[in-house]
Design a binder for this molecule. Structure first.
Ligand code: UFG
Length: 335
């Protein structure tokens, strides 16, 4: 069964291409390589033993989508293609709304026209903002977004909800990702941040590798046991496999219009200091870090309630954070 993976050369997208192929699907990549490297396809080839069909185009043009849907006999879509830098989204709101919301509308209209029913959408735990209670479940109220990026995910979810509520025959799942880390254990694919990494783990691995002099821990005066922020770090391959579970669930669903939302995390909250200590322990590398001021927009703590995804999708994370850190480090060292 042929599945179109938009943004399939990105961090989560490329690992999902592997998970799809391992589950017997045929992944077809659509990526404009605006935030990914051509070498990712070589890495995928070395893991899969075949070169995935790849279209170097974006999702804004319905004619492109129609052609690929037809030529590749696409039966489902996993839509990763989006901009994801929180800070940048505040400087470039129109680019973010155009790419993350505008292209989603084009995709949905073209799916409806071409009778392609199955869609998995990348959402984010950012929709919960600073939650009042932990863990957050899918019933936890969504809070006003802190950033344009976060708002594009909330608007995306609303568009999907409204589309399905109108009875349009599409079956859709939005996955709210927590913090993906790690890499494929082969080190053939991994996270490829451009410039200075925003995210904690690539910053740690680059610092440990000597590419950066020091890591700044953004604040140790939060109301948490060690004063640093708490997140739910999930191995990117576990996250990738959640997409396969969600797609399989959609394919079994008999309703012609369907929409649901799932948290995709481990259920474990881990502080920045705990993660740093784990990294040092599993790699044997001591990390140069110092405590700095808080980063604006960071929430104190968020981690996932995972009961719903276990019960409905039959999916749960199986890999440890230690394993994810070892894999991230192996990927960094391989350079
Ligand atoms: N952190 C540091 N130093 C760094 C980088 C990060 O201390 O150099 C801390 C942050 O303050 C935070 C934690 O590490 O407490 C995790 O930060 P990340 O940037 O890795 O992840 P975030 O949880 O901030 O961001 C993630 C996604 C975003 C999404 C956000 C929603 O990367 O796309 O969750 O909560 F919007």
């Amino acid at each position: 069964m042929n599945i179109l993976v938009t943004g399939g050369a990105g961090f989560i997208g490329s690992h999902t291409v592997v998970a799809l192929a391992e589950a017997g699907f045929t992944p077809i990549i659509l990526d404009d390589f605006s935030n990914s490297e051509a070498g990712v396809i070589d890495g995928l080839e070395s893991i899969l033993g075949f070169r995935p069909v790849t279209y170097t185009e974006n999702c804004h043009n319905p004619e492109t989508l129609r052609r690929i849907f037809r030529d590749e006999k696409i039966q489902g879509i996993i839509h990763f293609a989006a901009f994801k830098a929180v800070g940048e989204s505040m400087q470039k709101p129109l680019e973010y709304y155009d790419n993350n919301v505008g292209a989603l509308i084009v995709l949905l209209k073209t799916m409806q026209e071409c009778h392609i029913p199955h869609l998995i959408f990348s959402s984010s735990c950012t929709v919960y903002g600073e939650p009042d209670a932990l863990p957050v479940t899918e019933k936890t109220p969504v809070k006003p977004a802190f950033s344009v990026y976060g708002n594009t995910k909330q608007i995306g979810e609303e568009i999907l909800h409204d589309t399905v509520s109108a009875g349009i025959p599409l079956k859709i799942i939005a996955l709210r990702y927590f913090n993906p880390i790690g890499a494929h254990p082969s080190a053939a694919i991994g996270e490829l941040p451009r410039g200075v990494p925003n995210n904690l783990v690539p910053f740690i691995t680059q610092t440990a590798a000597g590419l950066r002099t020091s890591l700044t821990v953004f604040g140790d005066d939060y109301p948490t046991p060690d004063g640093t922020c708490i997140r739910d770090y999930i191995h990117v391959l576990d996250l990738a496999e959640a997409h396969v579970a969600a797609l399989s669930h959609l394919m079994k669903t008999t309703a012609s219009s369907y929409y649901d939302i799932f948290n995709i995390g481990t259920g474990q909250g881990v502080s920045v200091m705990e993660l740093i200590k784990s990294f040092e322990r599993v790699t044997g590398v001591s990390l140069n870090y110092s405590i700095g001021p808080r980063r604006s927009g960071d929430v104190t703590a968020v981690y996932a309630g995972v009961e719903k995804s276990e019960k409905v999708l039959g999916w749960k994370a199986t890999r440890s954070m230690d394993q994810a850190l070892v894999d991230a480090w192996r990927w960094q060292v391989k350079g």
